[in-house]
Design a protein around this ligand. Structure first.
Ligand SMILES: [Zn+2]
Length: 580
């Protein structure tokens, strides 16, 4: 054997040993993966970065309308208005909530930039320079004399979060410094507010949690996480829906940052309380447990918190709750302007005129807070439409979208008839052949799911609201889904029904006031066995006591009608009337 042959042999043997080692390692990884899935794979899913998903269809259109409305409304959100709102003096919409407008705006810009919008009238750094002189010695924005006013606390909590979002966008240390001073202000105030609301953490103060957690996750400030943990133990069932749900969002962030899952139990408790007051459209009262109107901000945080909880716990039932609200009441609350606000709220009739601020200048829209938070929610909830955990890709919402998973070299195109969601195609495109599990959510409203993968019918079992398709994916594969669902009746409220809601798949059907007197006892037509009797084109029908018939439409229908000054009321619960 020559020396050169010997060297080759050594090289070949070395390669074989290395290869065997790699294979053993890979087998071990695969074993670990299969030992930990599906149970472990169903928990702690990661959302996509904003830039990882682009929406089209109805979700994309509504999101774009919400964003364009804010980013181009330069005669409302003027530089002077930001200064007034931050200093806490007249000259902007909610000037008596110092810090609120700038905080929400910075969070909105964070979402807008993340999704590729640019050219906002007031870039974060210009705003910062204008408002920084109004940050007091004590660290907050607004007059010293109001430092114990819950509106100042809430506004400054939004400012804290917004400063951290702007820090993420710009890496400008002045945002971090301003946020740290706000964080220290909240840390100092904890003894005054942590049990101030009937023994619970006051929600106007307590929604500073998300900003405190962000100080730790983005800047490594351990003191801020410690402060968040100290105050979080007092979180409970507090009255103001929006601020409480913002607080709950902070608790989910805190659970993620600390690995302490008991924070999620507190969130579940608050969500359970909200579920009791929910309308059949997924709407919530502005204040818990009863209120004569809803609030766009509260609906926005409800959708986002439920999507976050689904990812944190792996439980798809939270997505059912988010989706029920998203495609019904949240869409109902969006005006033709793209903004959000307040509609009258009840269990039987929703949608009419209630509070209209600023002498009715904006009708029922509330561009002081709801229009900002509604846009923000489209972007934040959208990150959770597709999530990842290990080698599993979850499709949670079937809004039309293109999603990129660069680490896997995979792209997803979701197309279909969202928000009705009867037929959907998820196209999977892989740069290289790749083995992974596709976890498709099967909504609670679907009676059955029929699925074809690459043209072949597949019948994976439904577990925990999902079907799992594990295979080696290569090139482009179409996954076609049909969700079967007939028109159905839903007794509501579930615990003590006042009537029945009518659903077409996920869509809650309603009778608009243009069809007749909504205060009359309308009944939905059913046959002898209780099945709905639709009209000639498949719409559910209702009749009033005189026997006059009318057809129902989705509760969010006609969102581009310019009715913000006098929103259309809609009946959503009915009795049943059996046709002989
Ligand atoms: Zn609001």
């Amino acid at each position: 054997m020559s020396g050169s042959h010997a060297k080759h042999l050594v090289l070949i043997l070395t390669c074989l040993v290395l290869l065997a080692g790699c294979r053993a390692q890979r087998r071990s990884n695969e074993r670990q993966a299969s030992a930990s899935s599906p149970a472990a794979a169903l928990a702690a899913q990661s959302p996509l970065p904003f830039g990882g998903i682009r929406f089209s269809g109805e979700y994309g259109t509504r999101f774009a309308a919400a964003a364009a409305h804010l980013l181009t409304w330069t005669d409302l959100y003027t530089l002077d208005s930001f200064v007034a709102a931050t200093a806490g003096r007249p000259g902007s919409l909610w000037w008596d909530w110092p810090g609120d407008q700038i905080g929400r705006w910075l969070s909105v810009v964070h979402v807008a930039r993340g999704y590729g919008w640019s050219g906002e009238a007031w870039p974060p750094q210009i705003l910062l320079e204008a408002v920084l002189p109004y940050q007091t010695e004590a660290g907050h924005f607004g007059p010293e004399a109001s430092a114990a006013d819950v509106r100042l606390l809430s506004g400054n909590a939004f400012a804290l979060r917004g400063m951290m979002d702007a820090f993420a966008d710009t890496a400008d240390a002045r945002f971090l410094e301003a946020a740290r001073r706000l964080g220290r202000f909240f840390e100092r105030l904890a003894p005054d507010w942590e049990t101030r609301r009937d023994g619970h953490l006051h929600e106007f103060y307590g929604h500073c949690l998300d900003g405190l957690v962000a100080l730790h996750t983005q800047a490594g400030d351990r003191w801020a996480l410690d402060a968040a943990e100290r105050i979080a133990v007092h979180a409970g069932r507090t009255q103001h829906t929006h601020h409480s749900l913002s607080l709950m969002r902070g608790l989910v962030d805190l659970a993620e940052a600390t690995g302490q899952r008991e924070y999620l139990d507190r969130v579940e408790d608050y969500l359970a309380w909200c579920r009791e007051s929910r309308s059949v459209t997924g709407g919530l009262p502005e204040g818990m447990p009863v209120s004569e109107q809803d609030e766009g901000c509260g609906l926005a945080d409800w959708v986002v918190v439920n999507m976050m909880m689904a990812a944190a716990t792996g439980q798809a039932r939270y997505i059912d709750d988010a989706e029920q609200t998203l495609v019904n009441h949240f869409f109902l609350n969006q005006f033709h302007t793209g903004g959000f606000g307040h509609l009258s709220f009840g269990q039987e009739v929703v949608g009419g005129k209630q509070w209209q601020g600023w002498e009715g200048r904006f009708g029922s829209e509330n561009p002081g807070c709801c229009s900002l938070w509604g846009m923000w929610a489209f972007g934040q909830a959208g990150r959770y439409a597709v999530t990842e955990s290990g080698d599993t890709v979850f499709v949670n919402l079937y809004a039309e979208a293109d999603a990129a998973l660069p680490e896997k070299g995979v792209r997803l195109e979701i197309r279909g008839d969202f928000p009705r969601m009867s037929e959907i195609r998820v196209r999977i495109a892989c740069a290289e052949p790749r083995r992974f599990t596709l976890a498709l959510r099967v909504p609670a409203w679907a009676e059955a799911a029929e699925i074809w993968c690459g043209g072949e019918r597949v019948k994976p079992p439904v577990r925990g609201g999902r079907v799992l398709i594990s295979r080696a994916w290569a090139g482009t594969t179409d996954v076609d889904i049909v969700f079967k669902s007939a028109l159905r009746l839903a007794p509501w409220p579930v615990a003590k029904p006042l009537g029945v809601g009518v659903f077409d798949g996920p869509l809650c059907m309603a009778l608009p006031a243009t069809a007749g007197d909504l205060d009359a006892p309308w009944s939905v037509l059913v046959d002898g066995s209780g099945r709905l009797l639709p009209d000639a084109i498949g719409r559910p029908q209702v009749i009033d006591p005189s026997g006059r018939a009318a057809s129902l439409e989705p509760v969010s229908a006609g969102w581009l009608l310019p009715d913000a000054k006098d929103p259309v009321r809609r009946r959503i619960l009915f009795s049943t009337w059996r046709a002989l």
